[in-house]
Write a protein that binds this ligand. Structure first.
Ligand code: HEM
Ligand SMILES: [Cu+2]
Length: 493
């Protein structure tokens, strides 16, 4: 065996460890997909309410909006962590016990959050923007706001524990995070190993940014909790907003960088071509560590007390953010697939769609990060337009594609059934329409987070409702597949 093969060789586990790990990964996927499905029903209800097809009270609308936001972000985190953990453990020795611990801490947090919203009436949105949770004007109690924030805090603590295990395992194998990221190769201190695992590079990036993001989130949650019970303690609102958006921006973006590992690991299998790690790849991932964190002030472009330099930096970095990894990944994926004779199964179709959805969804995001455009589009439905685009058509296809691979399209080469194809096209058309209707609404200055829409906006919401129904149909078919087929599926070699 050559030294490079040793450096990127696989980790040995016992059979029972492997069996247990597979169950854990499946639990993460099934939990994630089920939550997505339920939250999409909430999305459908919100659209139908805005379109005057159903009537729901304003209180309930904001509770649904809150549970939808926090629920999909949580589902994205838990499912993408499942994808990431599944591949990372091939290269570094991860602990099953800690993986399960995080899962159960997550479920505990979910129960608390659900209670705070549906029993306590909390409807202050998943971004818990200070001081809104404390001044509900009677819509919810201090206790409800506190349980919501404690639930989020607990989920963050679980993740920090998991990332400590990632960090420990990566350090044990590679000696330093810099070496795991491939910096020694990038800067010529070591020869480039084309087999250096992309799962390790991506995981190291996710570990670094999420650790910092969640730490910021924990700080702001604790300050918010203190303020709830001790109103004399009044932290600076601008500082709080910075911390919240740093946390929120980083954690949702990191789910894509964790899930894209499925593209790196699976496309070479399906095309029969190796995807070599090179300096361009390593440079892109190194850049994104800083860019993902540096761009968060694009959420604060209309906050005039913010220093001008931060706004300028956010705008400039936003132009470039996502681009390096996106280009490297998209170009790499196209080169792998081009004339490879790839078989188009549901897995490969979804992974390929994810490249389009991610790339196309970034365009409206970059537009909105320009100050002149943000001045017009800030807090319009343009914003949900861009993030539904790359989450519905970029992130979820990565996760669902991986699920299909695990559910039998991997080793056993199971062929897609008619229901899978129906699911794929319903999801594709519905997801595209959902996002485009949001974008068109934003371009027409329809505000976001309004429970009741003006008469001239209602048609948009109605088209959005039809689109949402298609997404729900597609996701239902995918989720049923996951629930019924996944549990019995063997681990693809
Ligand atoms: C059937 C699919 C979906 C539909 C119909 C839908 C619909 C909606 C609606 C109507 C809103 C509120 C828009 C407003 O401000 O008026 C919303 C907000 C949001 N959605 Fe979705 N959504 C869907 C799926 C998803 C998915 C899969 C994700 C993430 C992976 C997601 C993430 C979010 C987030 C983060 C918000 C912001 C909540 C807030 O403003 O506090 N959605 N969605
Ligand atoms: Cu952002």
């Amino acid at each position: 065996m050559s030294s490079t093969a040793v450096a990127s060789g696989k980790v040995e586990y016992t059979d029972s460890e492997n069996r247990n790990a597979l169950i854990a990964v499946k639990a993460h996927l099934i939990a994630g997909l089920s939550v997505f499905l339920l939250m999409m029903l909430g999305g459908l209800a919100m659209r139908a309410a805005q379109g005057t097809w159903i009537e729901i009270g304003v209180d309930l609308f904001y509770q649904i909006m809150t549970v939808h936001g926090v629920g999909v972000v949580g589902a994205a985190v838990i499912a993408s962590t499942g994808v990431q953990w599944h591949f990372l453990r091939k290269y570094v020795r991860l602990s099953n016990a800690i993986f399960w611990t995080n899962f159960f801490i997550f479920l505990t947090g979910v129960v608390m959050i659900l209670g705070s919203i549906f029993l306590g009436g909390y409807g202050g949105a998943w971004t818990f923007l200070y001081p809104l949770p404390a001044i509900s004007m009677g819509a919810w109690s201090t206790g409800a706001a506190a349980v919501f924030q404690l639930g989020v805090l607990i989920i963050g603590v679980g993740l920090l524990i998991l990332y400590l295990d990632f960090g420990r395992a990566i350090l044990a194998r590679y000696g330093s995070l810099a070496r795991a990221l491939g910096l020694t190769m990038l800067f010529g201190k070591e020869p480039v190993d084309p087999a250096h695992p992309k799962a390790v590079v991506a995981s190291t990036m996710v570990l670094i940014v999420n650790f910092l993001g969640i730490a910021a989130g924990a700080v702001v949650l604790v300050m918010g909790l203190i303020n709830l019970y001790n109103p004399e303690f009044q932290p600076d609102a601008m500082l709080m907003k910075n911390l919240i958006y740093f946390f929120g921006h980083v954690i949702i973006n990191a789910t894509i960088y964790a899930s894209v590992i499925a593209v790196y690991e699976l496309l070479p299998r399906y095309t029969g071509r190796p995807w070599k790690t090179n300096k361009v790849f390593l440079a892109a991932w190194f850049a994104i560590v800083f860019m993902v964190m540096g761009v968060y002030p694009h959420h604060l472009l209309m906050d005039f007390p913010m220093p001008a330099w931060a706004m300028i930096a956010a705008q400039v970095l936003s132009f470039g953010s996502g681009i390096p990894v996106l280009v490297v990944t998209g170009y790499g994926a196209l080169m792998l697939v081009y004339r490879s004779g790839i078989k188009w199964t549901t897995t490969t179709k979804l992974l390929f769609l994810s490249m389009f959805g991610w790339a196309a969804g970034v365009i409206p995001a970059i537009l909105d990060a320009m100050v002149t455009i943000n001045r017009v589009f800030h807090n319009t439905l343009w914003v949900p337009g861009h993030f539904h685009f790359y989450l519905l058509l970029g992130l979820l296809p990565m996760i669902i594609g991986f699920t299909y691979y695990l559910a039998g399209e991997g080793d056993r080469n199971e062929q897609p059934k008619a229901t899978d194809s129906l699911g794929f096209y319903a999801y594709l058309i519905g997801g595209f329409m959902t996002s485009m209707v949001f974008l068109a609404s934003g371009a027409n200055s329809i505000p976001r987070r309004w429970a009741v829409h003006m008469e001239e906006w209602v048609t948009f919401a109605q088209v959005g409702t039809i689109a949402a129904a298609l997404v729900v149909l597609g996701t239902l078919l995918f989720t049923l597949r996951a629930i019924f087929i996944l549990p019995g599926a063997a681990n693809p070699r």
